[in-house]
Design a binder for this molecule. Structure first.
Ligand SMILES: Nc1nc2c(ncn2[C@@H]2O[C@H](COP(=O)(O)OP(=O)(O)OP(=O)(O)O)[C@@H](O)[C@H]2O)c(=O)[nH]1
Ligand SMILES: [Mg+2]
Length: 355
């Protein structure tokens, strides 16, 4: 993951530190000469030397040796960053934001001679990327489920997205994740549209030993979700996971069906499931689904196969909604709770060959 971006960021850090090394050190101006007649009488030589004032001295030393990168220095280097971000399929507004923030954080920072400009540059890039991966509104799935359980209600999660991007697999992975943590749950086979959509979910339910609520193919998907919620309430279950049909944002009927599912099920979370391999498309799709029903967060699948990482870097900033999990493979356990630091580590960690 992030192969291209990693190389570019490394070069950016290198070049910024070169620039910092070339930047002229700041030199203290000479004190203004006092007019002759105003010269005070020379002080009497003290009998004992006054104690040195290390703080003052240190301040003078650092003032003399401080270097600073100008906006021009950074501008010269930043296009490398821009190329790296765009080649990695980072969405344009996100790339712009990362670049602006990096510039802000790097320029005007004063560096003492002993400070490592590499650390300054890398710290600034990390901070800029961390910011686009962080949302004000957080979603804590386990807390949400526990809070609903305390109220005696099941938490309802609806999974939405384009055909084949990983919804059903993610429902199964998340079902295992929640079951492993002691929650009782039911799956709703609300993909009544695609042939074998119901069977696919049933196979997962059987393997995981879970209940699945279904109707016939072609049935009203919202009714299936409704039944599953009733099933969970009747049995005191904690969570309902609603799998839905894949749909293109251009398919008016299926988009209407999705709105109906949301109206009827009143989910606690509407989760967009995207395919990281589709890069910028996944980000645009998430925005369209957000406009249609207001998503609460995303899960990005197929991160294991994604060399560029652009969708993962962009989707939070563009939608303003957090990534909840990353799908990292085709097994039930290939689901990772998302934290911005995870991606930062993946981007900035040195590969074993570099160490
Ligand atoms: N490598 C990898 N493959 C995944 C991941 N998540 C899902 N897949 C695969 O992607 C394919 C499609 O997954 P599904 O879960 O059927 O996708 P869907 O969104 O439910 O598809 P529709 O029901 O047709 O809309 C399957 O072959 C999955 O095994 C992942 O994180 N990594
Ligand atoms: Mg499916």
């Amino acid at each position: 993951m992030f192969e291209k971006l990693k190389q570019k960021l490394k070069r950016v850090v290198e070049r910024i530190s070169q620039k910092a090394a070339e930047a002229p050190a700041e030199v203290l101006p000479a004190p203004p000469e006092a007019p002759l007649e105003a010269l005070p009488a020379p002080p009497k030589a003290p009998e004992v030397l006054p104690p040195t004032k290390p703080k003052v001295l240190r301040r003078i030393v650092t003032r003399i040796t401080r270097r600073e990168l100008s906006p021009a220095d950074v501008e010269d280097v930043i296009w490398e960053l821009q190329v790296g971000l765009l080649e990695s399929d980072v969405a344009v507004p996100v790339a712009d934001r990362i670049i602006e923030r990096s510039k802000e954080l790097i320029t005007g920072k004063k560096l003492g001679l002993t400070e490592d400009p590499r650390e300054l540059a890398e710290g600034a890039l990390q901070q800029a990327i961390r910011e686009v991966l962080t949302t004000e509104k957080k979603v804590d799935l386990l807390e949400l489920v526990k809070a609903k359980r305390a109220r005696g209600e099941p938490a309802v999660l609806v999974f939405l997205g384009i055909n084949g991007h990983g919804k059903t697999t993610t429902v199964a992975k998340l079902a295992k994740y929640l079951a492993d943590r002691g929650f009782k749950l039911v799956l709703a086979a609300a993909d009544t549209f695609r042939a074998a959509g119901i069977e696919q979910l049933e196979i997962h339910a059987e393997r995981l030993g879970l209940d699945v609520v279904k109707q016939k193919r072609g049935a009203d998907a919202a009714a299936v979700a409704y039944d599953a919620i009733a099933h969970a309430k009747a049995r005191g279950f904690d969570v309902v996971l609603v799998d839905t049909a894949g749909r293109m944002q251009t398919d008016v009927n299926l988009m209407d069906e999705m709105r109906k599912i949301v109206r009827v099920a009143k989910p606690d979370l509407k989760i967009f499931v995207g395919d990281a391999l589709t890069g910028n498309d996944a980000v645009e799709q998430a925005s369209t689904f957000d406009q249609a029903v207001g998503i609460d967060g995303s899960i990005l699948c197929k991160m294991d196969a994604d060399a560029r990482g652009g969708a993962a870097l962009s989707i939070t900033y563009v939608t303003g909604k957090p990534i909840l999990f990353l799908g990292t493979g085709q097994h039930y356990e290939d689901l990772v709770e998302f934290k911005p630091e995870l991606l930062l580590q993946a981007i900035f960690a040195e590969s074993p060959a570099e160490r």
